[in-house]
Design a protein around this ligand. Structure first.
Ligand code: NAP
Length: 333
């Protein structure tokens, strides 16, 4: 039985290239008692995977050189030697970047009984949506009436943040690269959308907050870091709360920034909270209930950028760093 998987061949310095990856056969192990075999249907590519290409200690171990890479995936059970799974069941798991997965049943999760398409378990009902939900409501403690600024607002996490913040009665300013993405962010309900490629983000954000009559922001959901974070420092109102979710601007450069407005943390009593969505796994039932409800009512919608075939996975991943996706970037097998 063939099973092709993307292997990490070298650790990139700067932006990765196709030479860092190789698509190779990865023979599946014999199915043992208590194991299942899954045919992957959807693979997730995510910015955090760039960090796993480096040989550094972090909240997830680095990808091993010469080995198949890992990542979120949704598939169907095609063979089961576990009493907990039947053939044909849909599961999500972390053996992505490959056509098939096999392992102990504990490594696979049945999808909750909600009437959504399978790929949603990698999007608004998966890591993406959970990051948006817990980042906004737990890390940033956002509440009705807050003025929320979110960067990468036309991306997977950002587009979910825009919609759930609106669902909870907040005013939302989103930033994204380009007029088309900004138009979509407004369609999602954002009160203002800023094209950060059209001018300095600090100027755009200051003007947007003034136009909304708030003069500043109460919450910043940071997906980008750098100048966006500095702009949020500059415009923060008293007791503003920042959810530090990601800093994609620096994933390939590793560089740090001189923050011109960082001292406003003191005067404005800003709270910064870094988080990883897994911090909140015990609260997933609440997330499924809330997000499932918003999806069913149409308050939260999604858009996907879909690439077809296992061959497409590395380029799909690389395109995250040049804004090649609107909404969630997925690979369909
Ligand atoms: P995404 O937003 O769907 O895709 C990445 C987007 O980032 C691109 O579409 C691009 O949009 C933007 N971008 C890329 N380089 C940029 C730059 N130099 N400056 C400004 N924008 C840039 O990806 P995602 O999966 O939703 O992840 C969003 C962020 O959340 C990432 O930082 C990720 O690491 C983080 N994250 C954190 C957690 C956690 O648990 N803490 C979990 C998931 C994701 P534009 O075209 O608009 O530039």
């Amino acid at each position: 039985m063939t099973n092709r998987a993307w292997h990490l061949m070298s650790r990139p310095a700067g932006m990765p290239t196709m030479d860092d990856f190789a698509l190779r056969d990865a023979p599946l192990p014999e199915l043992q008692d208590g194991w299942v075999r899954v045919e992957n249907k959807w693979l997730s590519v995510d910015p955090y995977m760039r960090g796993r290409m480096n040989d550094v200690k972090s909240y997830v171990p680095p990808f091993a050189l010469g080995e198949p890479m890992q990542g979120g995936a949704v598939g169907k059970v095609v063979e089961s030697r576990s009493p907990h799974f039947k053939e044909g069941e849909t599961v999500f798991h972390m053996q992505g970047w490959r056509e098939q997965a096999a392992g102990p049943a504990e490594q696979f999760n049945k999808v909750p009984p909600l009437p959504v398409e399978d790929h949603q378990w990698l999007g608004n009902l998966g890591l993406t949506g959970a990051t948006a939900y817990f980042g906004l409501f737990r890390a940033a403690q956002a509440k009705e009436g807050d003025i929320v600024f979110v960067s990468a607002a036309a991306g997977a996490v950002g587009s979910a943040v825009v919609q759930i913040a609106k669902a909870k009665g907040m005013t939302v300013i989103g930033s994204a690269g380009g007029a088309d993405k900004c138009a979509w962010v407004r369609e999602l309900g954002a009160d203002a959308a800023l094209d950060y490629k059209s001018g300095p983000i600090v100027k755009l954000l200051t003007e947007a907050a003034q136009a909304l009559g708030s003069g500043g922001i109460d919450v910043y959901f940071d997906n980008v870091g750098g100048d966006h974070l500095d702009a949020a420092f500059a415009t923060a109102r008293q007791n503003a709360r920042f959810a530090i979710c990601g800093m994609i601007e620096d994933y390939n450069t590793g560089s740090s920034h001189a923050f011109r407005y960082i001292m406003r943390i003191i005067a404005a009593r800003i709270m910064l909270k870094g988080f990883i969505y897994t911090d909140y796994l015990p609260e997933m039932a609440e997330f499924y209930r809330e997000m499932g409800g918003w999806i069913a009512s149409g308050q939260v919608t999604s858009r996907e950028t879909v690439r077809d075939g296992i061959e497409a996975a590395p380029q799909a991943f690389l395109d995250l760093f040049t804004g090649g996706n609107t909404g969630k970037m997925l690979v369909r097998l």
